[in-house]
Design a protein around this ligand. Structure first.
Ligand code: DGJ
Length: 632
């Protein structure tokens, strides 16, 4: 099971053993204390020490009791193209639940819950965070009892779950990452960001710089050939892009989403000669090559399904529910996982592939495995997730140099356990910059910017029809892994030049963006005007402030953006101020006029922004500390 790791003597584990003499069940309650990180991990191991078979009906990971108080619950719900929308509500008497029974952590309710004092803000107040490191069905019940006491129970969803435990066998629950702060939500988020980056993401790409990529999906969908892909790559390379990612449609008879999933060999009618010459040509341009796969799925119209119809989750005698015309492979079976491993490892051994986009485009239904007896069908959902982790574990061990980006119809499986294998996850299929403000805002409460897959795409946007300035799209995608998903052949010379500058900026800000401390400075759904965020390097020397407005507010007083996390007596100088999308403010763009402030002036007085004329305006302000109060 993916779980937090110790980088060397930073964690102590407390094990509390409980025994039920009547049944012979022993429960080891595990408390991993990362004192320096302000994180306690919780999990349980259930062992059958008796002589009879036991049946687990529920196996939660943790139970947290809070005294009576005035508590709010924050959680992150959504749907496809609208993930992780923040919802905050006062706890009411009785049980309130956050859950998925879809076999994955889901677009609908993320396995991450915050209980905070009702007056808690970004900067103040008690907040408890609970994040489940699990990618399957989950459940959190928060109950307020007759005395106002609060009990939170988090773990795998017990719906459709049962597990036979034979004498001597044990069962491990997934891990919960817990934290507490009395300094508000920003501090809670920063704790999770640091912990996930440092103690959860196992890939070397947790720290090694990742390439700026271009993905062909929104540029071509299924309609491409070698020539088209090479032309996208060539033009992107000229702009400074470092990797071409070939998305869905390169394999089997995959010309639309009706066929081909499962047939992981090249579609020669689109890519004559196969992958080798294509990758060779891309590498010769000085670019890396990455590829899309959706290993967990199969179309009925595929060679794989025709030869192994028994490999899918279906209930015998019943017509299975298809979704996006596909069925789910039964990853609870070792033979299926072994086949997938050999197939994917074969691809990675044969070709110079440096990145994989691992997609998963439907939820699990017809949850029945042909290899398990009827009284063990309650194990299928969890065994599926274990099969997935086994597959990812084997692949990442053999190919540690391959970067894997997780994806599930966008951000439908965005959880701490997937991050153990995939240091970045495509945050949403909604690439519209304004929609992304809300999706990325919600995501930021638990997950670091370095995990957020974000691209600049074409306008009008394919999901919303909205047109936003290229500069604004760049500002938003820079609150993530940054890349492009458009046809560079359709860009004007002016846009190309803008992209060259964007890439230079992202390069310059890379470390600050990926590893800096993240502050939310406001969201348009609260203030009706703008979303702003800020990154500060851990030594407080470098600062990047980003603002995007969603509408103009004529005759409004100046917007004073109060910055955070600076040294009060330090002197900060603007390196540059750039405004995008507002023709009347164009003169300010790239403004390198040095302005000097104390940290206190920026934090308590604020950085005064000009009137941001026009519908969607983006601002990036880069500051550097030039003097410390105490020289080092
Ligand atoms: C869903 C993903 O989120 C998209 O980015 C794209 O890869 C499609 N699947 C391809 O089918």
């Amino acid at each position: 099971m993916p779980s937090a790791f110790d980088r060397g003597g930073e964690c102590e584990t407390l094990k509390v053993t409980l025994t039920d003499a009547a049944s012979g069940l022993e429960a080891e309650l595990l408390y991993g204390v990362f004192a320096g990180q302000d994180v306690i991990t919780r999990a349980a191991r259930l062992i059958n020490r008796g002589t009879d078979t036991l049946e687990l009906k529920k196996a939660a990971s943790m139970c947290l009791d809070l005294p009576s108080g005035n508590w709010d619950m924050i959680h992150f719900h959504g749907r496809h193209v609208m993930e992780r929308q923040l919802e905050r509500a006062h706890l009411i008497t009785g049980v309130q639940s956050v859950l998925s029974r879809r076999g994955s952590s889901s677009h609908q309710q993320n396995p991450f819950v915050i209980l905070c004092e009702s007056n808690a803000t970004e900067d103040f107040g008690g907040c408890y965070g609970m994040m489940l490191a699990y990618s399957g069905s989950h459940r959190t019940d928060v109950e307020v009892d007759q005395q106002g006491s609060v009990r939170a129970v988090m773990g795998m969803n017990d719906d459709l779950f049962s597990w036979k435990l034979e004498p001597g066998e044990s069962f491990d629950t997934p891990e919960v990452l817990l934290t507490f702060t009395d300094n508000g939500l920003t501090h809670l988020s920063q704790t999770y960001h640091r912990f996930l980056r440092g103690n959860m993401i196992r890939s070397k790409f947790g720290t090694v710089r990742r390439p700026i990529l271009i993905n062909n999906w929104e540029a071509t969908y299924f309609r491409f050939n070698t020539e088209k892909i090479l032309s996208i790559a060539r033009q992107a390379r000229e702009l400074g892009v470092e990797m071409l990612v070939l998305d869905d449609g390169w394999f089997g008879k995959r010309n639309d989403d009706n066929a081909g999933l499962g047939d992981w060999y090249v579609n020669e009618s689109k890519l004559p000669g196969g992958l080798a010459p294509l990758i060779g040509a891309i590498n010769e341009m000085g670019m890396k090559f990455g590829i899309w796969v959706e290993p967990e799925m199969v179309n009925e119209d595929s060679d794989l399904y025709r030869s192994h119809p028994d490999w899918v989750l279906t209930v015998p005698g019943r017509k299975p529910a298809v979704s996006r015309n596909q069925l789910v492979l039964d990853l609870s079976r070792k033979d299926v996982v072994d086949w997938l491993y050999e197939t994917l490892a074969g691809l990675l051994r044969s070709y110079h592939i440096e990145y994989i986009k691992w997609d998963m485009n439907r939820n699990l239904a017809d949850v029945y495995s042909r290899l398990l007896p009827s009284d063990r069908q309650g194990e299928v959902l969890h065994r599926y997730v274990l099969g997935l982790y086994d597959l990812l574990e084997r692949l990442t061990s053999e190919f540690p140099d391959v970067l894997i980006e997780g994806c599930s119809g966008g951000g439908g499986r965005f959880d701490a356990a997937m991050l153990a294998y995939c240091p970045q996850i495509w945050c949403s299929d909604d690439s519209d910059a304004i929609e992304r403000l809300t999706i990325q805002y919600g995501t930021s409460f638990g997950y670091p910017v370095s995990a957020v897959g974000a691209h600049v795409s074409a306008v009008p946007n394919h999901q919303t029809g909205r047109s936003t300035p290229l500069g604004v799209r760049g500002v938003v995608a820079m609150a993530g892994t940054f890349g492009y998903e458009l046809d560079p052949g359709k860009l004007s010379e002016e846009e190309k030049e803008q992209i060259r500058v964007q890439i230079t900026r992202f390069d310059e800000y890379y470390d600050l963006i990926q590893n800096g401390d993240y502050y939310r400075l406001g969201h348009w759904q609260d203030n009706g005007y703008y979303t702003a965020w800020q990154m500060v390097s851990s030594d407080q020397d470098e600062v990047l402030v980003s603002v995007v407005t969603v509408r103009p507010r004529p005759n409004l007083g100046p917007l004073c953006l109060k910055l955070k996390g600076l040294e009060s007596d330090g002197i900060y100088e603007t390196v540059r101020t750039e405004v995008f999308g507002s023709p009347v403010l164009r003169g300010i763009s790239g403004n390198t006029e040095k302005r000097r402030f104390t940290g206190a002036a920026l934090m308590y007085g604020g950085f005064v922004l000009p009137f941001l004329f026009c519908d969607y305006v983006g601002v990036q302000i880069c500051l550097r500390r030039t003097e410390r109060s105490v020289p080092v």
